[in-house]
Design a protein around this ligand. Structure first.
Ligand SMILES: Nc1ncnc2c1ncn2[C@@H]1O[C@H](COP(=O)(O)OP(=O)(O)O)[C@@H](O)[C@H]1O
Ligand SMILES: [Mg+2]
Length: 332
């Protein structure tokens, strides 16, 4: 592929147009019957980066991961992983990748240690080396204490960690994690985040899918928002927030009977309908001319003798960005 083609891709956020990308997908399309699971997906991931594909259920995340990991062929488009073409050189791709899915693939009747050693043998790593690696990975995953217990006794979080360990035993250059924390409780989730951070410290490129904005923001250098098979925005968390522009003006009231008149008085100042949270007496929404709007809200509420508990201007949250962008996309 020519350099021109490369730089024409989505490389602005990765700032490494000269280094070959770890993952380079161009115009990937995939249909299942009438369903367009992926529609012209183009993205490029620089080596050593953590890239998150963020989208709701059914957006096409797993389909994309399957194509990049050679489990599924695209209908159109090309993808290179570590410089190898996923359709023409699938064996080469498989040698340099690791994959852990939404459903942990551990053998419940084996202990944690046995599970990892078995994967090592499957990949012909050699008995001694497999043992060493297993011990090291169990340590990194904080599973040393549970290592010799059958994994059927493990919690959901521990199984995911073990599955992650299995994907890591070959020391892959490029690691794919498909919704690694979906279904875990908040504790298990943040624990897994710690492990993922630890694993990628060594320079592994990571492509992670998630439905969870906080997860994407926590772990990823670059986030792409995918909806109905198309990438609708890409950038760092901060760039995505800038993308929808404007500020959010939010205020809280002191008394519940003020809520309705306050919304009636200030609603017109917002860009679209403000969101109202009755439980915490909060009104918030996007505004164009933020300081004018702020002054005007205070003036109008004051005029009606409505008490404000607090009022502020802030940047939109990633959640608001996500909702705005996916909503625009649906109205297309
Ligand atoms: N094997 C399949 N056969 C038919 N439809 C499929 C198949 N795999 C995925 N789909 C459909 O493709 C779309 C994308 O699915 P998927 O990639 O699993 O999304 P995600 O992982 O983001 O939840 C969905 O509408 C899904 O129902
Ligand atoms: Mg999926």
């Amino acid at each position: 592929m020519s350099m021109d083609q490369q730089t024409a891709g989505r490389q602005q956020s990765t700032k490494s147009a000269s280094a070959p990308a770890a993952i380079d997908a161009k115009s990937i399309c995939k249909k299942f019957g009438d369903i367009e699971a992926l529609e012209d997906v183009t993205l490029s991931i620089a080596r050593g980066k953590v890239y998150s594909l963020l989208g709701p259920n059914g957006a096409g995340k797993t389909t994309f991961i399957k194509i990049l990991t050679t489990l599924l062929k695209p209908d159109a488009g090309t993808a290179a992983v570590g410089g190898f073409d996923v359709v023409r050189q699938p064996e080469r791709v498989r040698e340099i990748i690791g994959l852990a899915g939404q459903y942990a693939a551990v053998d419940e009747n084996l202990t944690g240690r046995e599970n990892l050693e078995m994967v090592g043998r499957l990949y012909h790593i050699g008995r001694k080396r497999s043992r060493e690696l297993t011990t090291e990975i169990l340590e990194r995953l904080e599973l040393t204490e549970a290592a010799d217990r059958r994994s059927k006794t493990y919690s959901g979080g521990m199984r995911r960690r073990l599955d992650l360990g299995a994907s890591f035993i070959t020391s892959p250059e490029i690691l794919f994690l498909d919704e690694p924390t979906t279904g875990l409780d908040p504790y298990g989730r943040s624990e897994l985040w710690g492990v993922i951070r630890e694993l990628v410290k060594g320079g592994t490129t990571l492509l992670l899918t998630t439905q969870d904005l906080e997860e994407a923001e926590e772990l990823a250098d670059v986030i792409a928002i995918i909806d109905r098979g198309r990438i609708i925005a890409e950038g760092t968390g901060s760039e995505l927030k800038d993308k929808i522009g404007g500020s959010v003006l939010e205020y809280r009231l002191r008394s519940v009977q003020d809520l309705e008149p306050a919304v009636a008085a200030t609603g017109g100042l917002y860009d679209g309908e403000p969101s109202v949270e009755p439980a915490i007496l909060r009104v918030s929404g996007k505004v164009e001319h933020s300081s004018d709007a702020l002054i005007e809200v205070v003036r109008r509420l004051d005029q009606r003798q409505i008490d404000i508990a607090d009022i502020r201007l802030r940047r939109p949250s990633l959640n608001e960005v996500f909702l705005t962008l996916t909503h625009k996309d649906r109205n297309r």
